[in-house]
Each structure stands twice: as C-alpha cells, then as structure tokens.
Design a protein around this ligand. Structure first.
Ligand code: NAD
Length: 499
C-alpha cells in the first residue's frame, strides 16, 4: 500500500457535508461505554488549520478523567468480558470495526481533512488503510499461542500468552486515523483493554471512530477515549500506577519523558518517535522513479510523516541534475484547500508548527544551503507553506540534523557507497531509509549496513501492516505492525505440572 499520488484516487465528496454536520456540537469523553463531559467541565477549542476557524470544542480531560477511564478499563479487564471470550468472537468484532470504517469512509476522511488539514486524497487513502489494519489484526486472536516445552516424563511445562492488562495509548496529530488501528488493533487482538488519548490538535476522527466502534459489539469499558492536553492527560496516563503498558507515538522529547514517567510502576513501553530518514540515490538508479518517489517522500501530508525522506542523498555526479528536477516537480505540486482534489498539499497543522517550519527554512539559508524552490509562507488564512527544496546541504547543517516535520527536503551529495552509508547513519535517528540502485548486491549490502527500522529498496514510503515498523536509536523502542506488535501487548507465562 502506498500513498503516493493525488491523481489516481477517486474522491467521495459526499462525506464532507456529513462530516460538517457531525462536527457541529461539543465532543465528549468515552468512559465505560458512555459519552461524558470532563469532570472539571472544561473544554478546549479545535481549529481547522486551512481556515483558522474553530470547528468545535473537545472535552478537556485531566487526571480525574484518566482515573475514571482506568477504572472502566480495569473493570472490563477483570470481568474478562473481552479476553475471556472466544478468540473467534474477537476476530468477528475486529472485522466489524473494519466494515464500519469502510461504510463510513467518506465521512471519516472528510473529518480528518477538516481537523488536521490532510488533503482529501491522502485522508481517503489513510481511511482505506485503517480498515485494512483492523482486518490484519482481526486475523491474530486465533493465532496468539504459547508452546509446550520438552521435559522428562515426570513433569509437563507449557507457556501461555496473556494480555498485558490496561494499556494507555497516546497518539500525535499527524495521521490519527491510521495510528488508532495501529495501536488499538494489536492491543484488542491480544485481549487488552485500553485508554486512548488522541492529540489535542486533531482528536475528531478518533472520537468519530470510537463512536462507530461503540456501535459494534465491543463490550463497554474495553475502549475508553480521553481528550485533553499532554501535560495533563498524557502525563496522568504515563504515571498511572494501574496502567500496565504505555504505547506512545510522537516526538522524541516527549517519548523520553514518558519513558521516565513509566518507571514508577515499570510499565511495558513502546515508543514510536521522530525521524530524519536518509533516501539514497545511486547513479545507476532509475532516476525518474527515484525523483518522483523522493518528492512524494517529503511532500505527502505536508511532510508531517515520521518516516519522510527528508535527507535526500544524491551521488555527487548527478547531484545538480537531480536537484534541478526535484525542484521542478516540487514547484508544480499545488498547495491549498485540502478539500480540493487538485491540491497535493494542504496546510501544516497549526500556527506553532508553521513557525517551526519557517525557522528551519531560515536556518537552511543562513547555513549556506542553496534554496532551489519554495521557502515562503503562503499569505492569507490558514497555515500554508510552500514545499521547499535545499541542495548542496551538508549533513552537519541543522536542516539535516533535526526533524522539521514540514515539506522541506535537504539534498546532500555523497562520494561513494561507503560515504552514503556513513552519512546515512550519521544521525541521532534511525526510523526509515530508502535505497535507489539497479545493483542488487549493493542494494542488500547497503540495507544491511543502514541503522533504520524500515528500509525501502527502489520504492519509498509504502506501508503495510505485515511489515514491522519502528526505530533504531532515538526513533523509538519496539515495533508496531507484524508479529512483533502482538508480542508487545502480551506477557509470557510458563506453567509447570509435576506428576
Ligand atoms: P508530541 O510528542 O508533541 O505529542 C504526541 C502526543 O503526546 C499528543 O497526544 C500530546 O498531547 C502528548 N503529550 C505531550 N506532552 C506529553 C507528556 N508530557 N506526557 C504524555 N503525553 C504528552 O508529538 P506531535 O507534535 O503530536 O507529533 C509529531 C511527532 O510525532 C513527530 O516527532 C513525529 O516524528 C512523531 N511521529 C512518529 C511516528 C512513528 O511511528 N515513529 C508516527 C507519527 C508521528
């Protein structure tokens, strides 16, 4: 599955009206199967980043609401209403969730677009993948199994895979509809109960999806949703003594905080953090394909993707030619209203994010990189920025070292294979990497040498739940997707019988 183009996708604009109708009116917390206001009665505004208009209000939860959600999740876990039932039944429920996403796809995609500015072509693809992720995890409940262990005749030893318990799941704003199934899919498949916290900047699609999930037969209390700020709700989740596991996707800075906070009761921790991924083009590559994928690799979702290929390494013999072509294609990518299918890029998520992106663009120019295209904020309402290409960048510059999380690429020349590997690995991050070459031996050699959790050869940015995802170094701890993700939501128990 790849999210690469806005040209081939068909759009269902009928969802926009339904989305606007649903968005009107304040939103609540989901606790124990009921939609409730925050205990404090507080609310917070959520804004459309394309227009800067307030869309609606979210309940501003805090530690008291997290306590109530944990009570509900713990009660559901102890009642065995979910992990005590047949695994076939859990499969059926997860499939029902996938079906309800498919049935409501146009509305969900439009909610995401209005709330976080994701272009409709992209949110449409994300919703389709969200359903597929639930379908993938629906296959697992009947396949999570322990083993028998060889012993002498006097004893019998076997292992069981238990669910961990109550899981606190914290998400960022960049692709909420994909990250909800990525977290609750394996948690629920393994029999856990959850307290889910979406980002305060883009919580609406999570709330709508939770409403739709409530209409399936998932028992009350198995899924709880608490909206609010990181410093209150997020902190309460990561420090909570009755939450057994925390899985967090977001920035490396907050990830480190969560790891420390989790030490209180030794929570199991999964962290999916930032990246500064190298995308390496060797001179023997299919240059046209490589360039097209490179541009998609940093402009999709306005560069607000953790695995964006933001360090584009190009062999010195073709650096200038590739930089020219990347700039030409990038300049032709339309930026504007994310509901208009003609636009490849929408706004970035907030004014703060826009200022951050602009300050990195300034630092690129100041450090001596060559601005090939873009570099300007688009004036008027909304947080729009031109997709921006810098060439002649060195790996020591700030724009090559720090995650920008905007549509900005740093093109960096390299000398040879060894230099590409050295520079590619010269980063505090290690989330993803791309390799473009027709030489199959080189491709595998370089893949083996790069320190990154996901490597693409002659493609970039594809995603499939069968393929584990996660980071080396400061890009995270643990893996999502694939069998590894189920292991992260289970405890191993060994049982011995003496005859
Ligand atoms: P963020 O770290 O600011 O926030 C993420 C979530 O954490 C939000 O829900 C926020 O409210 C909460 N939070 C903030 N402070 C907290 C605290 N002290 N304790 C607990 N929770 C807290 O990240 P963001 O700006 O929303 O998202 C962008 C970041 O997410 C980027 O760095 C990006 O690379 C990363 N990301 C990583 C992946 C991945 O799979 N590796 C995927 C998507 C995004």
């Amino acid at each position: 599955m790849s999210f690469t183009s806005n040209s081939a996708t068909s759009y269902d604009l009928s969802g926009v009206e339904r989305a606007r109708k649903w968005i009107a009116g304040p939103k609540s917390l989901l606790i124990g199967g009921k939609w409730l206001p925050a205990v404090s009665g507080k609310t917070l505004d959520t804004v459309n980043p394309a227009t800067e208009e307030v869309l609606t209000t979210l309940a501003e939860g805090d530690a008291a609401d997290v306590d109530a959600a944990v009570d509900a999740a713990e009660a559901a876990f102890n009642a065995r209403s979910w992990h005590g039932i047949s695994p076939h039944q859990r499969t059926k429920t997860l499939l029902r969730i996938a079906e309800t996403i498919d049935r409501n796809a146009a509305e969900l995609a439009a909610i995401e677009t209005l709330d976080n500015g994701m272009p409709l072509w992209f949110s449409t693809a994300v919703v389709a993948m969200a359903a597929d992720v639930f379908r993938y995890y629906a296959g697992w409940p009947t396949k999570i199994m322990g083993s028998t262990v060889p012993t002498d005749d006097s004893t019998f030893i076997y292992t069981l895979k238990d669910p961990v318990g109550v899981c606190g799941l914290i998400n960022p704003w960049n692709v909420p509809l994909l990250l909800v199934p990525t977290k609750i899919g394996p948690a629920l498949a393994a029999g856990n109960t959850v307290v889910l916290k979406p980002s305060e900047l883009a919580a609406l699609s999570t709330i709508r999806l939770a409403e739709l999930i409530q209409e399936t037969d998932l028992p009350p209390g198995v899924l709880n949703v608490v909206t609010g700020y990181g410093q209150t709700v997020g902190e309460a989740i990561s420090t909570h003594s009755r939450i057994d596991k925390v899985s967090f996707t977001g920035s490396t800075a907050v990830g480190k905080r969560i790891l420390q906070a989790s030490a209180g009761n030794l929570k199991r921790v999964t962290l999916e953090l930032g990246g500064k991924s190298p995308n390496i083009i060797f001179p023997d590559a299919d240059i046209e394909r490589a360039i097209d994928a490179a541009v998609n690799g940093f402009t999709r979702n306005s560069g607000q993707i953790c695995s964006s290929g933001t360090r584009l390494f190009v062999h010195e013999s073709i650096h200038d030619e590739v930089a020219e072509r990347v700039a030409r294609i990038t300049a032709a990518r339309k930026v504007g209203d994310p509901l208009d299918p003609a636009n490849f890029l929408g706004p970035v998520v907030s004014g703060t994010q826009l200022s951050r992106v602009m300050s990195y663009i300034e630092s690129g120019g100041g450090d001596g990189a060559t601005l090939m295209t873009g570099g300007e904020r688009i004036e008027g309402k909304g947080y729009f920025v031109q997709p921006t290409v810098f060439s002649g960048v060195t790996n020591a510059m700030k724009i090559a070292r720090e995650e920008i999380f905007g549509p900005v690429v740093a093109i960096i020349p390299f000398r040879d294979e060894e230099d590409a590997i050295f520079q590619g690995n010269d980063s505090t991050y290690g989330l993803a990497a791309g390799i473009w070459t027709k030489d199959i031996s080189r491709a595998h050699k370089v893949a083996r040498a790069l320190k990154a959790g996901r490597i693409w050869i002659n493609t970039y940015g594809e995603s499939d739940p069968v393929m584990p995802f996660g980071g080396f170094k400061q890009s995270g701890i643990g893996r999502e997707f694939g069998a590894e993700s189920l292991a992260a939501y289970t405890e191993n128990k060994s049982v011995q019988v003496r005859f």
